[in-house]
Design a protein around this ligand. Sequence first.
Ligand code: HEM
Length: 380
Amino acid sequence: MARKRGPSSGQGTRRGLSIQVTDPTGALVQHSAAFLDRPTASVPSTILTRGRHHNILSAPSGAPAGESLHFAVYSILAEMCFGKDVVSELGEARLRGMHKFQRDILLALPSFWVFVKYPRIGKLLYPARWRQLLALRRQQEESFMPLVAEVRKRKACRDTTFTSYVESLLKLRVHEDGDRKVTDGELVSLISEFLGAGTESMASALEWTMANLVKHPELQRKLRLEVDAVTTRRDSIIEAADLSRMPYLKAVVLESLRRHPPVPFVLRHVEGQDADAAEALGPERFMPGGDGEGADLTCTRELRMMPFGAGRRICPGLAPAMLYLEYFVANLVREFEWWEADGEEVDLAEFHGSFFTVMDRPLRARLVPRDEAPAARPAT
Ligand code: HEM
């Protein structure tokens, strides 16, 4: 049975990360709007910035910041899907609109199971739901198809090696069906699946990882030491190339995926551990000498943990998901100290009322810019 707790809980409700920013002058994001809900003309492709913005000291924590972290993940996925230039031209307001209705769809999905259960008479039994389903689908078509047209138009004159998901779909031929192209309807479904599956799982994994770091400041300190050692210049962000030199960062992300696999229907299995040891949070298990050293997420060599599934249906988003998770976490920890917000103990209980394993109570954290952290550190 789904557990409900707190004012923002609800059946199937995806509650985002809530962040209490003590001083957004140190605001982290390259696309600061992604966190602080300010309009910006920039493309929200990466989340961390050194941008100095207006001081909104002690901004209250709340859903807008949480939604924005989710939106940052969505933005990256949208760029992978349509290409950076297309998303950039679309503009943030329209992208936010797409993000919102994707979440509406996710919330509404459980109520549409009746059409799977009663394929013949479902729409007669539940006409209002049927109309809602058709309206959501129409909305998807109206949002995605102009972007697909844009990708088609630009395809000819592009000189980059990057191939967006839509570009690759446009090249596809369905051999089993007369070697035809992918239809518009199929394109809409595939795009919806890409954005939906990718965003929810990645945002959930990120939220769990940050929650673990808030709950375990000693792990956070250790991670920050590693991150600082790799990039000594405080004004530079961690780049993708730096990530391979951060084994502890990877261990932290893996440990979070092991403890809270975002997609719950593929069970994990960690060999050689008793139940207590498997429950205790310990990224060290993935470091040299640990029993999880060299864990193979692709499950081709061994089947020890499988947050991305296994076999022929293994998650195709594994590689970008790991890359972006590490990238986000490294930069978020580099820029801020993450503390529990006043009176808000972090609760690591899981909520199972949706397709994804999300936090039962959304994470509320206090982000203190590194420059201010020593002065603001609470007495322990
Ligand atoms: C932390 C992030 C992610 C996790 C934990 C995750 C997990 C999973 C799992 C467990 C499966 C089922 C695999 C199986 O049945 O063996 C799956 C399938 C899938 N995932 Fe992910 N995923 C993540 C990110 C992504 C991303 C970023 C994308 C797309 C951009 C994506 C797209 C898909 C798709 C399309 C499938 C269906 C594959 C198939 O049935 O052949 N996922 N994912």
